[in-house]
Design a protein around this ligand. Structure first.
Ligand code: ADP
Ligand code: MG
Length: 213
């Protein structure tokens, strides 16, 4: 993997593009079980983040993640802003003095992101949130590292696990966030936040696939 600072900036650019492309889809998902702003929120957050990291020299990826996290927290009003922002800011602490993201770093980024989101949102796996995509993805990255799978296979498996997690959110009722107000009526709908988390993971796989294969 060994993503350089330049490649990390490129990855964030691609995340912004993907979220922008799927803005309406994410918003429609949220309209069904929330207030219909998830795509708008994230599009804004990642757009501001992209502007803040543009044409800047960073000495390590900690600074990049911190800039992204702060941009998201300060520009997104919804629940997802502080949650994603916390995730990137927690991850930023791991990147101090580091100019590359290895597979082990990626695992640790997912770990502290999940812990940060859990701490901030008091949620768990099975609550129909972004955690239902992120936790299975983390488990696969961990599995791949421990079993010496190739990096591309590991990332591919993590995306697949997140996709299954998103599918699973259709079967369960929300216990956190606005969708929880609907109780069982949220069943049958996929969670917008889990879907955006899947999209971010897809970009990580696509980017490594593009740069390394
Ligand atoms: P809001 O709900 O404030 O309108 P968004 O629509 O941007 O914010 O984001 C909604 C998403 O945020 C949900 O689909 C869910 O994945 C995630 N979410 C909401 N509350 C929590 C929580 N407590 N823990 C983890 N994720 C949460
Ligand atoms: Mg919303």
């Amino acid at each position: 993997m060994g993503l350089t600072l330049k490649e990390i900036l490129y990855t964030f650019e691609k995340i912004e593009n993907k979220i922008a492309y799927h803005k309406q889809f994410l918003t429609d998902l949220d309209a069904a079980i929330g207030d219909g702003d998830h795509g708008i929120n994230l599009n804004k957050g990642f757009r501001v983040a992209k502007e803040k990291i543009k044409d800047r020299d960073f000495k390590d990826w900690g600074e990049i993640f911190k800039t992204v996290g702060m941009a998201i927290v300060s520009s997104v009003g919804g629940a997802s802003g502080p949650l994603y922002g916390t995730a990137f800011m927690k991850a930023s602490m791991l990147g101090k003095g580091k100019t590359e993201i290895t597979m082990e770093d990626f695992r640790d980024i997912l770990k502290v992101s999940i812990d940060g989101i859990k701490m901030r949102g008091k949620g768990e796996k099975g609550d129909k949130t972004m955690l239902d995509a992120l936790i299975p993805a983390y488990d696969e990255v961990n599995y791949g590292i421990e079993n010496n799978l190739s990096e591309l296979n590991t990332l591919k498996n993590s995306v697949e696990a997140a996709r299954n997690g998103v599918e699973y959110t259709k079967l369960i009722a929300a216990r956190k966030g606005r969708a929880s107000y609907l109780g069982d009526r949220s069943i049958g709908h996929q969670d917008p936040g889990a879907t955006s988390s899947l999209m971010i993971l897809e970009v990580v796989f696509d980017t490594v696939n593009e740069l390394r294969s």
